[in-house]
Design a protein around this ligand. Sequence first.
Ligand code: UDP
Length: 234
Amino acid sequence: MATHDLLYEGKAKKVWATAEPHEVAMEFKDDATAHNGLKRGQIRDKGRVNARITALLLDFLGTQGLPTHFIRQMDDRTLLVRQLDMIPLEVIVRNVVAGSLHARTGIAEGTALASPLVEVYYKSDALGDPLFNDEHVALVQAASPEELARMKDMARSVNHHLQSFLLPRKLILVDFKLEFGRVGSALVLGDEITPDTCRLWDADTGQKLDKDRFRQDLGGVEDAYHEVLRRVER
Ligand code: UDP
């Protein structure tokens, strides 16, 4: 097999060049970090499980008319995706209070929101991914006002479609993070959708089935990731 250049290595993924100029291979690692990299570890089998969950969810969103970078799964932990000019913002959608929204507002974890809340964070390890408003986004020129509005609209649409996919599988979509990129002037959903980047609670018991099990040392991390895959696959 021809070897290709490693274009990028992040905390949870490696991105490789391919023979095609506008396509890259996204390899999911077992490595896990939390609390801005202060907690590090491995979650056994996470790369394989997260690659599969992302493939299934991005494929589903594609069928709902949302443009995503997903092309096809290449091997058990690698997806072939369109290369995007990534926008350095994280768009978070919340349906239930948890994590930093609880910390920022004091509202009890588990409080259902009357309507989804969309937040934007600036992707910068050096700055600790600060919360940005629209004016901060314009100030650093991360995206145009039109692009920002479109990203928020797309994020709300992703939320709607993911909820309708996950709830019948007894998964409550508490919150999740999206990243977008450009292909020419079009905005495309990139990155991953996994228990690393979503909070997912069992609809009957409220049990956490996501990375909070790792962040909070709750145990049963691998089992939770496998359970999410099992439900998403059916
Ligand atoms: N999230 C993520 N990457 C980040 C920050 C957050 O994937 O760098 C996800 C996180 O898993 C959760 C949602 O975005 O599903 C909201 O995270 P929050 O702001 O509550 O931050 P946290 O409590 O995870 O620090």
